[in-house]
Write a protein that binds this ligand. Structure first.
Ligand code: M6R
Length: 609
């Protein structure tokens, strides 16, 4: 999982490559490198660690040249090191390659090449590509790369540059994302759109099994058999500043504060003008088609999986269809019981998570219709699913997912109501009440965000502890899971989410004096039982912060502190509840001096198993 960029044009490539890589560091950041061609010299510069190290080095000694490729790495094959950093070259130094993905048969290819006398300097799978290009070079770079990729198995997005044909870049997409940016007298390649957005809004999103040749004067796309074809230009409408920090100290904080807007955008166009019904124009499903689904499998990873847990409760409650929620890395290796009446739903912010994508493909092979909820329009998941609901969260840069989760919940609520309408399980005023409550959520989110200073205070106190517990029942428990994940991920503090009623079956043993406990209390039907559980932990000395509905005077009698969230329908509570938990994790991470946006050992988009 890495980010790649490429530039060919009239400007100095170095600055453009470094700027592009800075927008892709969310994909990995254990080393970075660039290769730039100028007057028969192909210079390769790489450093271990963050891009900043490379920038500092090149600052003093810029590399000249108007064509080049660059890479920011998240190690898969071979430890993070300068030798393993990309770009990788061949024995002659005439060919350079950047790669995102995994070449599964690289060991066999490496042995073959070594037997022919090729000398390898890294432990990576990528290096076989540059040696293969050298080995198979016919005098024509394009046909050589075509021949090379026929020999490779796995997932790869490639950028290839050669001293022998220094006017062009070759781009290849096979199971890893790649986009081409179209400029005036210059063209770009990148793993993701934000990398090229400062230079152009006209983009070609390469499809699975496509490649392109870029020169400064144009771009030609081909299939992997070398047949040329045309391609529609996608004009990016979102703003470059949307991908910047916008004055916030971290992307995560900016993205938390963007949630009222993101939720509004995700609702827009999906509710009738009279505000009484849901419409999903992207799903041209008839009532008969909807009624034939008798089971839903929701498949996802991490935060998206947690959104799925909420989706289960809501779909079952509103549409009365049984739902199973599964972790993609488990589901893909099971032999799940499905029928042609099972709808498989995948949820993925990036749309590139390898396990989720594999689960999608398996489901389609079994003949199931797949509906995707994703945030990235041109992503693999969006393109391969039978139907897609896009969450309009905008680019999410911080590794910790925030606005993606709330907008996934909105997509799930809309979909649940859409199913329920078609099945007639909710109608009339009950339906209109839900739709109105959905429309009120952006305002309620803004009110929650106003409580940030109080949450910061609590986070500072909690951050000196090495444990924290998040408790809840019903949907409060689903949100507790997300709160604990967020807390662990960026504060590095051990956190556990527990269904409150299950505590006394083991975990209560961990409750000692002053240990931080966050208790969620929005499920009215379970309120009294939850209060009893809070008393159990209070009696053992825990320091309890509750999150409860505004106007609830009762809770403060049983806890140390209460944070209030504006009242909405119980099944919409996850939207307003998760925000204090996101802020708690954020401020605890800041208090501990962590790198909030790039937590250790993690990357934004997990495009390998
Ligand atoms: O892009 P996806 O939604 O498929 O990503 C799934 C997980 O990797 C992701 O939600 C991860 O758990 C987040 N970093 C958590 O904040």
């Amino acid at each position: 999982m890495c980010g790649i960029v490429g530039y060919v044009g009239r400007r100095q490539a170095q600055e453009i490559l470094l700027s592009g890589l800075s927008k892709l560091e969310y994909r990995g950041y254990d080393s970075a490198g660039v290769a730039i061609y100028h007057e028969n010299v192909l210079s390769i510069e790489k450093t271990l660690g963050r891009l900043k190290g490379l920038e500092d080095r090149l600052d003093g000694q810029p590399v000249q040249g108007t064509i080049g490729i660059g890479h920011t790495r998240w190690a898969t094959h071979g430890k993070p090191s300068t030798e393993n950093a990309h770009p990788h070259t061949d024995c002659s130094g005439d060919f350079v390659v950047v790669h995102n993905g995994i070449i599964e048969n690289y060991l066999a290819l490496r042995e073959e090449l070594e037997a022919k006398g090729h000398r390898f300097v890294s432990e990576t799978d990528t290096e076989v590509v540059s040696h293969l290009v050298e080995d198979l070079f016919t005098g024509d770079l394009f046909t050589t790369v075509l021949a090379v990729i026929q020999k490779m198995r796995g997932a790869f997005a490639l950028g290839v540059l050669s001293k022998r044909e220094p006017d062009k870049l070759i781009a290849v997409r096979s199971h890893s994302p790649l986009v081409i940016g179209l400029g005036e007298g210059e063209n770009f390649l990148a793993s993701d759109i934000p990398a090229i957005l400062p230079y152009t809004r006209d983009v070609l999103i390469l499809d699975e099994g496509e490649m392109a040749v870029l020169t400064q004067d144009g771009v030609q796309c081909y299939d992997l058999q070398g047949q040329p074809h045309g391609k529609d230009v996608f004009t990016v409408t979102w703003d470059a500043v949307a991908a910047e920090k916008d004055g916030y100290e971290h992307y995560m904080l900016k993205e938390i504060h963007e949630q009222p807007r993101a939720v509004s955008d995700t609702l827009r166009g999906r509710i009738t003008e009279d505000g009484r019904r849901v419409i999903l124009p992207e799903l041209a499903w008839t009532s008969e088609e909807i009624k034939q689904f008798d089971r839903i499998h929701i498949v996802a990873c991490g935060t998206s999986y947690h959104a799925g847990l909420v989706g289960k409760v809501v779909i079952e409650q509103l549409a009365r269809i049984p739902v199973d929620v599964e972790i993609a890395s488990e589901y893909r290796y099971r032999d799940p019981i499905v029928s042609d009446r099972t709808l498989v739903m995948v949820i993925s912010q990036s749309g590139e998570t390898a396990d989720t994508l594999a689960a999608l493909r398996n489901a389609q092979e079994r003949g199931n219709k797949v509906l995707a909820i994703t945030n990235v329009v041109g992503s693999s998941v969006a393109r391969e699913a039978n139907d897609v609901i896009i969450t309009w969260a905008g680019p999410e840069i911080s590794v910790a997912s925030t606005k993606a989760y709330t907008t996934q919940l909105i997509a799930l609520y809309l979909f649940s109501v859409y199913l329920a309408q078609a099945k007639g399980t909710i109608q009339g005023e009950a339906l209109a009440t839900i739709v109105q409550a959905l429309l009120e959520l952006p305002q309620k989110l803004s009110e929650v965000l106003d409580t940030a200073p109080k949450i910061e205070e609590i986070a500072k106190a909690f951050s000196s502890w090495d444990d924290a517990f998040f408790l809840g029942r019903g949907l409060d428990y689903s949100v507790a899971l997300e709160g604990a994940l967020k807390y662990k991920e960026i504060s590095y503090i051990h956190a556990e989410a527990y269904p409150s009623g299950e505590l006394k079956h083991g975990t209560l043993a961990l409750i000692v004096d002053d240990v931080p406990v966050v208790a969620l209390l929005t499920q009215d039907a379970l309120y009294e039982k939850s209060i009893s559980n809070i008393k159990e932990v209070k009696a053992r000395g825990a320091h309890v912060v509750a999150i409860a509905w505004a106007g609830d005077e009762e809770t403060q009698k049983s806890v140390d502190r209460v944070l209030y969230v504006p009242k909405t329908l119980s099944f919409l509570a996850p939207i307003v509840l998760v925000v204090p938990l996101q802020l708690l994790a954020y401020y605890a991470s800041v208090a501990r001096g962590n790198d909030v946006d790039k937590p250790r050992n993690l990357a934004k988009s997990v495009t390998v198993e």
